[in-house]
Design a protein around this ligand. Structure first.
Ligand code: HEC
Length: 113
């Protein structure tokens, strides 16, 4: 039933599928994707906070020196535990590494300004 060549091409197609799938799922895990999905609704894609919700909640520009002068430990604490009544805690959702990745992303946003 199965010719040797069929099995061979099946193996090649599977290998291609696996590597494409790997690339797609690896990309989905970038800090920027998580930020855009989770934080941008309030803080804006660039961190300026000029979204409807961001304006309503009067969020600060995350790229401002006021926010950027906070240490990595302080940013980690805020993102993990939340702040005030409107900034939600993300410790459970993102985990320790995910929170650390967001701290890194906030530093990157400030560099791009
Ligand atoms: C529902 C809206 C909302 C979402 C979603 C949100 N935040 Fe916030 N965030 C706020 C508000 C409001 C504050 C200001 C809290 C205060 O000072 O009382 C804040 C404050 C902060 C601060 C401290 C800067 C400051 O203003 O003092 C950081 C850092 C921060 N957010 C990062 C994030 C990150 C990273 C995410 C996503 C993982 C996120 N936020 C998601 C609303 C939000």
């Amino acid at each position: 039933m199965f010719h040797k060549a069929d099995i061979h091409s099946f193996a090649i197609i599977s290998a291609i599928f696996v590597s494409v799938w790997g690339a797609v799922s690896a990309r989905a895990a970038t800090a920027e994707d998580v930020y855009l999905e989770t934080c941008a609704v309030c803080h804006g894609a660039e961190g300026a906070g000029q979204t409807a919700r961001g304006k309503k909640l009067k969020v600060k520009d995350l790229r401002s020196s006021e926010v950027q002068k906070l240490t990595d430990a302080q940013l980690t604490e805020i993102i993990s535990k939340g702040k005030g009544k409107d900034m939600p805690p993300y410790e459970t959702e993102l985990g320790k590494d995910g929170v650390a990745a967001q701290v890194g992303h906030l530093r990157e946003l400030a560099k791009k300004k």
